[in-house]
Design a protein around this ligand. Structure first.
Ligand code: ADE
Length: 224
């Protein structure tokens, strides 16, 4: 079974998203297990402190090393196979290939930070640093949730139709998905492309590939 552990100051953040739709089904079917670990439980002072001011001055607070490192070690103890990933804007960029890699690993721990970031010594305790993109979130939790969702839906047996994940955008060597249409045939004057109504499966297949290539080229142009 796929096992994710989430180290966070806000375990409640994950309650509702994991009790909906695909993640809910995967967890109920015992295809995935997600355990949240409260980092604050590893603080040893009476105020349960997890943050402190940066040496050298500057704005904001940092995650203190002691409780975070203790939480990471607890996650490794609970699941010795786990691969520990720190969510941070300075990490390597997450993408579909990384999601597939985590499916293979099957044991991951996602470390979520708050405040201005982590004490640098925490970085020595993790296996990888991962970013969702070039923007700063108010914490690692939304990033961890996106990673978890992208991975869970790829687990064998999670999606209804056998090939719906195989045909996803990006899965097939960076090719985007083709445009999709459902009823009605005409919506506000916009028609469904006639080839899709033709019943000619060869033609439909060719049209879809062509459209996917056009989209992918356009995507590349917009991301230069
Ligand atoms: N924490 C804050 N911003 C983040 C980002 N862009 N990716 C991952 N973790 C983050």
């Amino acid at each position: 079974m796929f096992h994710a552990q989430i180290l966070t100051l806000f375990p409640e953040f994950f309650n509702s998203p994991l009790s909906c739709s695909i993640p809910k089904r995967a967890i109920e079917a015992s295809l995935a297990r997600v355990d949240c670990i409260q980092i604050r439980d590893f603080s040893t002072d009476k105020h349960r402190t997890v943050d402190d001011k940066p040496y050298g001055g500057g704005p904001g607070m940092l995650m203190k090393p002691e409780p975070v490192v203790a939480a990471i070690r607890q996650a490794r103890k609970r699941d010795p196979q786990t691969h520990v990933v720190m969510l941070t804007p300075s990490g390597i960029r997450f993408g579909q290939s990384k999601a597939l890699e985590y499916v293979e690993k099957a044991h991951i721990t996602l470390l979520c930070g708050r405040y201005e970031g982590f004490d640098e010594r925490i970085c020595d305790e993790v296996d990888e640093q991962l970013s969702l993109g070039d923007y700063v979130l108010s914490g690692g939790e939304p990033a961890a949730l996106s990673v978890l969702d992208a991975v869970i839906r790829l687990l064998p047996g999670v999606l209804g139709s056998a090939d719906s994940a195989v045909l996803d955008s990006f899965t097939e060597e960076g090719i985007l998905d083709w445009p999709h249409y459902t009823r009605p045939e005409v919506f506000e004057g916009k028609r469904v492309p006639s080839v899709l109504l033709s019943g000619n499966h060869e033609k439909i297949e060719a049209w879809r590939r062509e459209q996917a290539i056009i989209r992918s080229k356009l995507w590349c142009k917009n991301h230069q």
